[in-house]
Design a protein. Sequence first.
Length: 217
Amino acid sequence: MAQSDGTPIETLVGLTRREFFGRTARGIGALALASLLPQAAWANRPSQTGLHHPAKAKRIIYLFQAGGPAQQDLFDYKPLLNQQHGQPLPDLVRRGQRLTAMSVNQSVLPLAGSPFKFAQHGQSGAWISELMPNLATVADELCFVKSMFTEAINHDPAITFFQTGAELAGRPSFGAWLSYGLGSLSEDLPAFVVLASANKGDQPLYARLWGSGFLDS
């Protein structure tokens, strides 16, 4: 009987302590080298992003602020809504949509305008409310996306939809999709991390909202 390098087992029985550790060290060194070679090859190759052009953005800080002010109190100026404040919601707007458990028994659904003042800022003329005086000073560096909408009527499915693209839990999160589509610049670091805020109560961003779902983790 012999070991993998052809040395008979009987020969190994008579090994001195120095010979034993010498052969063992060579074996461990070979294993270490084998593990380092793929890392060196990874470091020397160009980043694989899956795009046909280099991405301009190298990193993203995504702030999810549960319980924050509504968009019409921050960046979405709606003067007509303010003019019609307190009036019943027109059927043309509702179109038979579902109601929440808190409002299903209401006889009237009044419109609610913003109580805050808006002003235009920067060369772009972006409308920003008085709640954001410091952010308004860099209005021309901001990009406002106002084309998004959701049909979710309750907080939990709406938050789940916002984080994963579906109202039902279990789908890949925002960060998981980005790492899947753009790749990673390092195999030793996570493609994205989640920093949960310190709260006395429950954490508003549940763990299921930053998972990888059916994608590789």
